[in-house]
Design a protein around this ligand. Structure first.
Ligand code: IMP
Ligand code: MG
Length: 175
């Protein structure tokens, strides 16, 4: 049966916010080249839109991680399923993630990337759910701060569904 989705952010609001993030990043990295690392699968729509709003030479790279856990919470044991195919030594890295929840996935991933000798590593997340944080993570660029609700759309899934929604919303199961 179809779930009902209560909208939290419209497509227009999301695109506007991403344009603001892109402008800020463009300004702060002026004169430098940027390597974006898009964390698959969830951050793909966000990373594509963000890349279009950054007026700098940008390389786009992809990684995919999984953490053992259930459908709504990660466990902290993070595995890299798809790694970068090139070194990042000396590069300015911007990790692009859909949402920081407990922070476990990102704190592991950032520590792995920092060991590879990049010039700099920053984090850009479309969404931040600070109430759920277990591990500290510094988010350099945040789109929206949200309450502790499970959301879908604009790349985010529930059991692999709803990634294609153009907006972000909360799943409300039918009564
Ligand atoms: P963390 O390690 O707990 O910070 O988990 C981050 C990952 O969990 C994200 O990349 C998402 O894949 C997933 N996640 C966390 N919260 C949500 C949510 O509200 N909706 C969909 N996926 C989520
Ligand atoms: Mg994810």
């Amino acid at each position: 049966m179809a779930d009902r989705i209560r909208q939290m952010f419209s497509e227009d609001e999301i695109v506007k916010k991403i344009a603001e993030l892109g402008a800020k990043i463009t300004k702060e990295y002026e004169g430098r080249e940027l390597t974006m690392i898009c964390i698959l699968k969830g951050a793909a729509p966000f990373a594509c839109e963000l890349a279009k709003r950054i007026d700098l030479p940008v390389e786009m790279e992809y990684m995919r991680c999984s953490s053992y856990g259930n459908e709504t919470e990660s466990s902290g044991v993070v595995k890299i399923d798809l790694d970068l195919d090139r070194p990042i030594r000396g590069k300015n890295i911007l990790v692009v993630e859909d949402i920081i929840d407990t922070g476990r996935t990102m704190s592991y991933l950032l520590s792995v990337l920092k060991e590879r000798g990049p010039e700099s590593v920053k984090l850009c997340a479309l969404l931040d759910k600070p109430d759920r944080r277990v591990t500290d993570v510094d988010i350099d660029y945040t789109g929206f701060i949200i309450p502790d609700e499970f959301i879908v759309g604009y790349g985010l899934d529930y059991a692999q569904k709803y990634r294609n929604l153009p907006y972000i919303g909360v799943v409300e199961p039918e009564e």
